[in-house]
Design a protein around this ligand. Structure first.
Ligand SMILES: CC(C)(COP(=O)(O)OP(=O)(O)OC[C@H]1O[C@@H](n2cnc3c(N)ncnc32)[C@H](O)[C@@H]1OP(=O)(O)O)[C@@H](O)C(=O)NCCC(=O)NCCS
Length: 120
């Protein structure tokens, strides 16, 4: 089991959206994720969640893992969860995973916990 965490000032995301609009959102989110994240807090939370997941995967966002390799959705109670794309699943062998997002006081925070399949 590995965990990752990230915190982001919501205002930072807001400024980037004011400046670059959809281009910025599309840099780190899919169309479905953008449709799901209707509040600025949620957009910041999704950013933090992807960063937290990348830390739990042990690599960060970079050459090995892109923002678009991670897909966040919500269950019928509004709880977020994620999946990796098929391509990324070939690299990262996840057995089970969980994320949690919160926002308050101008910050969004996320924690990811990932259990990996045993490799022989
Ligand atoms: C889910 C809940 C814990 C969120 O807590 P909060 O202090 O209001 O808000 P936080 O900023 O800490 O968390 C919000 C994030 O929690 C996550 N979340 C929402 N529902 C969730 C759930 N059922 N389980 C886990 N996480 C959830 C989302 O990522 C949400 O972010 P979003 O609004 O950007 O989508 C709270 O609203 C709750 O207990 N809801 C269920 C009960 C309920 O609706 N009670 C009201 C009538 S009694």
């Amino acid at each position: 089991m590995k965990i990752g965490t990230d915190i982001i000032q919501i205002r930072r995301i807001e400024k980037l959206i004011d400046r670059y609009g959809d281009t910025f959102k599309q840099r780190y989110l899919t169309k479905e994720e953008i449709a799901l994240a209707r509040k600025i807090e949620t957009l910041a939370g999704f950013w933090a969640a992807k960063e937290a997941i990348s830390k739990a995967l042990g690599c960060g966002i970079g050459a090995q893992l892109a923002f678009h390799d991670i897909v966040i959705a919500k269950d019928d109670k509004g709880a977020p969860y994620f999946k990796l794309t098929k391509e990324a699943q070939k690299v990262f062998k996840i057995k089970s995973a969980s994320i949690s997002i919160s926002h308050d006081g101008g910050f969004a925070i996320a924690i990811a916990a990932i259990e990996f399949k045993k490799t022989v």
